[in-house]
Design a protein around this ligand. Structure first.
Ligand SMILES: [Zn+2]
Length: 347
């Protein structure tokens, strides 16, 4: 089958590690399903894999891609009860957990000590004609979404869902500051948040991105930078927001800590612009701020997300769809930053 893979990892020019070529067509084993991929979206995780900094242990060549939507090709054994039949349109749940460690036993499968995403560890990714996942890891695709839009749910929207509702425990009427207004994760948080009755405030340095955030449902926007926290305090009557969605890191961390209310929560699911800002510990304990790390989401969060998106009519914005042959251009676009929504690879 045709696939886009990392021929090697790391080095000074990570994009040069990308190759498009033939890889063996996989067969589903017992308890697995083979999905014919029609779309997958690009995630920072793919770029980090190319750079050799996530997903270990990985032995290249490794097919990239951590989310997918497509058609059920075949099950490797009797499918689970209620599983989508062969030939049906599905969206893929990307995480695999061990099911028996202490974290899994707690019921929160994202605390699994050895969880993997597609393209991590021993798993091939989804930038290929076929991908193998556990048989329970496919859900019917929301009918109103394109395959590219549905694929975006698997990593980006799932991550935003867990940040907003599980980690920050936000409820209708609560306020949330979403940092970095137009990237995939921020886009997802703005759309989900506003559709669920949150007061969403989006931040960016760029006026076009703030317009984009407004179109997605942000009620207010603030210009990122030294006056951003003051602007958020003004919007919230001096209190600060109930929660901050943080995935930028060093440039925005100070604002996140100053813009959150006393007793509020800063949820972190990335640090695309640097992972080591000053901690400002005095502010954290004195104002009793909770810092919550978050990554991906559980199977039940994914099922709730897919249902929510369908009921609320949410359509993830896809900035551009690329053919597999042009996927390197998508990586270049993402590496340059400045996205408005998601980039998708379609087959
Ligand atoms: Zn586990």
């Amino acid at each position: 089958m045709r696939a886009l893979y990392a021929a090697k990892l790391g080095g000074d020019a990570p994009l040069a590690n990308l190759e498009l070529g033939e890889r063996p067509t996989p067969r589903p084993g017992p308890g697995e399903v083979c999905v014919r991929v029609l779309a997958a979206t690009l995630n920072h995780h793919d770029y980090f894999t190319l750079r050799g900094i996530v997903g270990y242990p990985i032995t290249p060549p490794r097919i990239l891609g951590c989310d997918a939507a497509g058609i059920v090709e075949s099950y490797g054994s009797e499918p689970p009860e209620g599983a989508p039949p062969e030939g049906s349109e599905v969206v893929v749940y990307s995480v695999r957990s061990c099911g028996h460690c202490r974290g899994c036993a707690s019921g929160d499968f994202m605390l699994c000590r050895t969880f993997t995403m597609l393209s991590d560890g021993d798993r091939e990714g989804s930038f290929a004609e076929y991908v193998i996942v556990p048989a329970g890891a496919v859900l019917p695709k929301p009918a109103d979404l394109t395959f590219a839009q549905a694929a975006a749910l698997g990593v980006t929207y799932l991550t935003a869902y867990r940040m907003l509702y599980t980690k920050a425990r936000l409820r209708p009427g609560d306020s949330v500051l979403v940092q970095g207004a137009s990237g995939g994760l921020a886009t997802a948080a703005i759309q989900l948040g506003s559709a669920s009755g949150l007061r969403v405030i989006a931040s960016s340095r760029n006026a076009d991105k703030l317009d984009f955030a407004k179109r997605l449902g942000a009620r207010d926007t603030v210009v990122a930078g030294k006056d951003a926290a003051k602007a958020v305090l003004k919007i919230t009557g001096g209190d600060g927001v109930d929660a901050v969605i943080e995935s930028v890191g060093e440039p925005t961390w100070g604002t996140s800590l100053r813009a959150v209310r006393q007793g509020g929560t800063v949820v972190v699911a990335g640090a695309t612009a640097g992972p080591n800002p000053p901690a400002d510990l005095a502010r954290i304990f004195w104002r009793q701020i909770t810092i919550a790390g978050s990554t991906m989401g559980t199977p039940s969060e994914f099922a709730a997300l897919v249902n929510f998106v369908e009921v609320a009519g949410i359509k993830p914005p896809i900035e551009k769809e690329y053919r597999l042959e042009d996927a390197a251009k998508a990586f270049e676009r993402m590496a340059a930053g400045e996205l408005l929504g998601k980039l998708a690879i379609v087959l």
